[in-house]
Design a protein around this ligand. Structure first.
Ligand code: PMP
Length: 768
């Protein structure tokens, strides 16, 4: 609307008989003006476009009237009728139809400009809202039953605006919270108490006088919605710019509950409602920005809203909810620390007894949130080890793809399926063209088992060459080819058809850093085995190794190693299998697959763990020749392998890795992490080697850099103390002294810095 201050002066005179000075005020959809009479009396003139329905304007008027009969009667603007006696005046200006209202001016400072925000001010906000909602209880207007985008109950609609957010991490975080809204709030929403609410107690609408909230303006967002949403919206904006926003919100809750009691189930949703409101706000800002809006009101909350969303992401909802509950004197949901005796006893009774539990004080994790994990005691942990949740725990795109497909169809490969074709095409497009045929399974173990079966079938040989300390899975055959297991506790030793080559460890092995020929020298140990086999008139079926060694100690392979090994193995007619279960899908940053770092092309690759972001999916991808030979008359059928839900999940994982540029992110974040850890090496003699690429990193801890004696009790203590500081780490390597770091790829620079800083502090505490 092209309305000038002069036009407004005229309107004030013509309709309200006031001669005034005019100043523009903020407005989202409407235009607002401050009018000051010669005598210094102030008013607010509102000009609403025709797009705002007349019934809505009528409703705003009625709500204000309802409140004028309450204890808050002086805290809301009143309508001043025009010369014709009407408070709502339809008008036409410059050919446009508008509606004009004149309201009294409320004195006070806006919340956003209030510098001294005391606890009692926050409580007073709650008190004010509680009284307002009480005064409005029983009020109803049919126009309030509208589908309004700013109504938290409609937060799911914001999903369609996520694509306007250009920053990958922000888009993912907003998507995550909207997924939580759908999961935690949506199913119970319609059961909640509903009412006509103000719906916009934001920091530009709340007026403060002294240490009290003295007014609330702008009923433009009034809507019939869940009652708790009114409080949730007020909390959201009051939490902006705060260091401890949950504590502030708890004060507001307390003030509200004192005058208008809340229900437990309402309070238990508050955290998610606040996050949902922020998601509406940030998606709207992103949308307006793409549409080139120049209305600064559209972006007022954008930066602090993002900051608060990230603060919430790092706040365990159990902790937040408990604070809100305690503010209402509802029962505590965080229970005393019994070290989970009941669960542990039941687990001992009903679950296999050689499943291990991490940490001295076990964790009961109840929710996964991208790179964070929440336990049932309100703690937040940064997951620094779970490479399975590659794209982040509960990545919204992946979860939704799985949810959708499981609601449509889950069958098996005996029916034709577009999804299976789409996925195998997408996956093989990521691989060298030679690797073109997929066999889907449910786990890395099963896929390795199958790969060996195919290699044996093809070569008509049985012998397998593996690397010392390797782990390839838990099936009978996979255990047989995992020295980590068969040489370890409870293991039954090496089978005669399994052969161990020296682990190409440049830190501890016979050929070390600085030896330019180390790769070839280690490869020669594979040649030794091949020649031994030959001397017994045998040939290898397969050589299998990881393309960076995981359980073996987070070890990148020496230069030229696989090139030489594959050359040797092939010259003896063996099949080269790359186990990419730990390292594939962009983790290593420089390349998408680990084998690409070595510039080789395996005959078969085995993919697992990250492939389904936690969904049980794995695959063997092989050459056409191998696949043809395996097609020997015996059906390959795998009940779950290749099912449509797994395929939809796998596709979504590839989508997010690409759309959110995760490989590049892994490269950049990994470099910063490795630099930080290398800096620690100069301060702490216990760290004797830092190695890795992308977000696949290891740090070796020793008691003495010369003897390289592994620092085993020390590393265990470091891991425990890091856990107490909120970082979940783990150890690996044949000597159990390598700190392993392989977080979900959404692990960010701030997480990396925090990890290095806390590790530094822990090593200082322990004088290491
Ligand atoms: N290969 C490697 C290199 C692994 O690390 C693992 C699991 N740790 C497996 C195979 C087995 O995968 P899964 O546990 O999915 O059977």
């Amino acid at each position: 609307m092209d309305i000038t201050l002069f036009d407004v002066e005229q309107i004030a005179k013509d309709i309200f008989n006031l001669s005034v000075e005019v100043k523009p005020l903020n407005g989202y959809d409407e235009m607002n003006f401050l009018l000051t009479t010669d005598a210094g009396k102030k008013y607010v003139l509102k000009i609403a476009p025709e797009t705002i329905h007349p019934l809505l304007i009528q409703m705003q008027y009625e709500m204000t009237k309802q409140l004028s009969g309450s204890s808050l009667k002086n805290n809301f603007q009143e309508y001043i009728p025009g010369k014709n006696g009407e408070a709502i005046v339809p008008f036409e200006i410059k050919g446009e139809k508008v509606v004009i209202r004149l309201l009294t001016f409320l004195e006070g400072d806006f919340w956003v400009n209030t510098t001294q925000k005391t606890d009692s001010l926050f409580e007073s906000m709650g008190n004010f809202l509680g009284k307002m909602d009480k005064a409005l209880s029983g009020y109803y207007h049919p126009a309030a039953e509208r589908h309004y985008l700013w109504d938290i109950s409609n937060a799911s609609d914001a999903e369609r605006n996520l694509h306007f957010i250009k920053d990958d991490e922000k888009r993912r975080v907003a998507g995550y919270f909207l997924l939580q809204f759908n999961t935690e709030v949506q199913p119970v929403l319609s059961d909640l108490r509903h009412a006509c609410i103000h719906g916009d107690a934001n920091d530009y609408n709340i007026l403060v006088k002294g240490s009290k909230v003295a007014g609330l303006i702008d009923f433009g967002d009034a809507v019939y919605s869940a009652l708790i949403n009114n409080l949730a919206i007020a909390c959201t904006y009051a939490m902006l710019h705060q260091d401890d926003p949950i504590a502030n919100a708890a004060l507001i809750v307390k003030g509200y509950h004192e005058v208008n009691p809340l229900e437990e189930r309402e309070i238990d949703l508050l955290y998610y409602l606040i996050a949902a409101r922020l998601c509406i706000s940030v998606t709207q800002s992103a949308r307006q920005s793409v549409m080139n809006s120049d209305n600064e009101h559209h972006f007022l909350s954008e930066l602090p809203a993002w900051k608060l969303l990230f603060q919430l992401l790092q706040t365990n909802p159990v902790k937040a909810t408990n604070s809100f509950r305690l503010a209402c004197r509802f029962p505590n949901i965080i229970h005393s620390d019994d070290n989970y005796k009941n669960i542990r006893d039941a687990r001992y009774e009903h679950i296999g007894r050689n499943l291990s539990i991490s940490y001295k004080q076990p964790l009961k994790i109840i929710k996964g949130t991208l790179q964070y994990l929440y336990d049932d005691k309100g703690n937040t942990y940064i997951d620094c080890v779970n490479n399975v949740s590659h794209a982040g725990h509960c990545h919204p795109t992946v979860v939704k793809a799985t949810q959708r497909q499981i609601a449509i169809l889950n069958t098996n490969t005996r029916y034709l399926s577009d999804l299976m074709i789409d996925y195998s095409k997408r996956l093989t497009a990521k691989l060298p063209s030679e690797l073109s045929v997929c066999y889907f399974t449910n786990s890395g173990s099963e896929a390795n088992d199958l790969a060996i079966r195919i290699a044996r079938h093809f070569t008509k040989q049985k012998d397998i060459i593996v690397l010392d300390h390797a782990y390839h899975g838990t099936s009978t055959l996979a255990i047989e080819m995992s020295p980590y297991k068969f040489d370890g506790r409870g293991g039954s030793g090496r089978q005669p058809y399994i052969h161990k080559a020296i682990s190409p460890d440049l830190y501890r092995g016979p050929f070390q850093y600085g030896d330019k020929d180390a790769g070839k020298k280690y490869a020669d140990d594979v040649l030794r085995i091949l020649q031994e086999l030959k001397s017994e008139n045998k040939k290898p079926a397969a050589f299998i190794c990881e393309t960076l060694l995981g359980v073996g100690g987070q070890i990148p392979l020496p230069e030229d190693y696989l090139e030489k090994v594959y050359e040797y193995v092939r010259s003896f007619d063996g099949i080269c299998i790359a186990d990419e279960v730990q390292v594939g899908f962009g983790r290593v940053g420089k390349t998408f697959w680990g084998f690409e770092l070595q510039e080789v092309i395996p005959d078969m690759v085995v993919l697992g763990k990250p492939i389904g972001n936690g969904h049980p999916l794995a695959v063997v991808v092989m050459t056409e020749k191998l696949a043809n030979t395996f097609n020997n008359g015996m059906e390959y059928f795998n009940t779950f392998g290749g099912n449509p839900v797994s395929m939809a999940t796998g596709l979504a994982v590839l989508d997010v890795i690409e759309n959110e540029r995760m490989q590049q992110h892994a490269l950049e974040t990994g470099e910063k992490l490795i630099d930080g850890l290398k800096r620690l090496m100069t301060k702490h003699s216990i760290i004797s080697d830092v190695r890795g690429t992308g977000l696949f990193v290891g740090a070796e801890l020793v008691k003495d850099r010369t003897t390289k004696e592994p620092a085993v009790p020390e590393i265990d203590e470091v891991v425990e103390r890091m856990k107490d500081r909120g970082y979940l780490l783990s150890t690996d390597g044949p000597l159990h002294n390598v700190l392993k770091i392989k977080p979900p790829l959404v692990f960010n620079e701030e997480n990396a810095k925090g990890l290095v800083r806390n590790l530094d502090e822990v090593l200082n505490e322990l004088n290491y």
